[in-house]
Ligand binder design. Sequence first.
Ligand code: AMP
Length: 495
Amino acid sequence: MNGLLRTGRPRDACGVFGIYRPGTPVARQAFDGLFALQHRGQESAGIASSDGETITVVKDMGLVASVFDDGTLSSLAGDMAIGHVRYSTTGSSTWHNAQPVYRSAGEAGFAMGHNGNLTNTEALLGMVGLLPGILSSDSDLVAELLSSVSDGNRISHRGTPGDIPTIAATTQVVGEPIDLVSACLEVLPLLEGAFSFVIMDTERIIGVRDPNGFRPLCLGKFEDGWVLASETPALDVVGASFVREIDPGEMIVISSAGIQSLQPFSPHKIEPKMCIFEYVYFARPDSILGGIEVNEARRRMGERLAEQSSVEADVVMGVPDSGVPAGEGFARASGIPYGQGLVKNRYIGRTFINPSPNARADGVRRKLNPLKSTIAGKRIVVVDDSIVRGTTTKALVKMLKEAGALEVHLRISSPPFEWPCFYGIDTPTREELLAANLSHDEIEEFLGVDSLAYLSLSNLKLAVGGGQGNCDACLTGNYPIPVKIEPSSSRLQAS
Ligand code: AMP
């Protein structure tokens, strides 16, 4: 979900989880699954469970471990559940944007968790006859559409062929209520943009990935049930075995009838484009994405970076956490010894909530402390995964120089980050992205480094197994789905 509030730095994509295990209470496993996805969002966390009759939702601002305790978990009865973690923002409370979203529909209702960001929210708002601002997030909007269609409203295909169809007024019931699966089949083809959904009513859990598969979603199995999760470590932690990734454009329905795979989207829309930045930064190193372990992909990025842009130096270090495997790969390929030069405070969240540039720079000190014995008097190569605004990187370089580094050679395991993402990662506007505004030399000077080099796009693609099926819009400006929203304008929330 993207924010009406703008943060100083990019925000993580969200994480979603779903578990279906007939006869077994699942709240604690949903907690464990969400906990394993905490890196994908630290602003809010929520679980919706169903006992077959009632859906209970517990959600709040904060980390998974602070939102849930024994009391809240025991209130989440039932053998099926979905969960959601949302990335962080600054500013006033956004409790109503916490997920899962719940809507009553038909006799019971449904809950939904969304990872991604829709790109046609204005058209969709028109369909439900609402003005922008009435709903606080694009996830809310999808829930509204699903609820409206479940209650009997029908999509009326007026307009010229190829136009987005319009929906009859929500207040006007023009048909019989339909079940959630049928509602999904009507609503999903209307959506454009990035969406990995988990949706649950009292009988089934549905998992959906948009036709480009921008955000990950995988399927796991128990002997007696199923799991859906943004990333594979959430399967591991609950003891489920990995079955496969949900295909781009696939809808999975899990119920007492077993598991069913449906194709709600027209085949010409299907084009795999999973976010390449999941490999670079977002995903956990122990995730398997597109059949590739993220840690291994990052190591290969570092190796290729060394082949491409090595430099004479005494020690290589990766910036914890995501820069570490790339740093190790760089060291291996360059022959320069790897040293742990930065100690991370392990109790700090991944995205520290930093309201101002100065506070963000201070955040680096809170998060990382240099090991002087590795650094003092040395020429060091520092490997990090990306430069976004450059604020924290500048503070890091200053810290390393103050710790006695003779030279700091910065190596970035991805190409320059020049374009905002509209598909589920809320990045700053183009004006705030360092690489979009300064020349290479100016960036070196701004950061205070002795040299700077980025991994080339072709080498990044090779490191992730070819990259044909990946979205690289943040690095190239090639947006797979036309983007109609101005980067700096207020928009609905993305997940
Ligand atoms: P900056 O110096 O402000 O450009 O920040 C660069 C750091 O931000 C790198 O260490 C990255 O690991 C990290 N980073 C990259 N993308 C994101 C994101 N979406 N959210 C938070 N941190 C990020």
